[in-house]
Design a protein around this ligand. Structure first.
Ligand code: HEC
Length: 109
């Protein structure tokens, strides 16, 4: 619960207030909205190994819903990779890594 509050707070800080009023889920539209950027990156760069819900675990990846990494460690792992997980520093900007890390934090229950 605390984590989701932090997640939402960070997400709002990330997108600014421009989209804050528009919080309706739009998962079925083709155009990604800016407040969904972390989810979009996750879908295109991470879900093939980790699954849409974070629990697929291809190649021995831990369930992201049960991960104990803090936000800083999570960002480092996304940036640098680990084991069979590829590094994303060449593919994603720092802002995009922030966004997807926030999204991954939000997968935890
Ligand atoms: C090619 C498959 C692959 C892709 C793509 C991938 N991962 Fe991973 N991920 C792994 C594997 C394998 C591990 C386990 C690494 C290890 O500990 O040796 C892992 C581990 C992790 C962990 C650590 C979990 C823990 O608690 O130890 C996080 C967080 C994570 N991935 C997030 C992401 C995110 C976010 C993306 C997209 C930007 C992503 N991964 C893309 C395969 C992948």
């Amino acid at each position: 619960m605390m984590r989701s509050i932090i997640f939402i707070a960070v997400l709002f800080a990330f997108v600014g207030c421009q989209e804050a009023a528009q919080k309706t889920p739009n998962a079925n539209t083709d155009v990604p909205s800016t407040d969904n950027i972390g989810a979009e990156i996750y879908k295109t760069k991470c879900a093939m190994c980790h699954g849409a819900d974070g629990n697929l675990g291809i190649g021995g990846a831990k369930k992201l819903t049960e991960s104990q990494l803090d936000l800083a460690a999570l960002k480092t792992q996304i940036t640098k990779g680990k084991g069979t997980m590829p590094p994303f520093e060449a593919q994603l900007s720092a802002e995009e890594i922030d966004a997807v890390a926030d999204f991954v934090m939000g997968l935890r229950k």
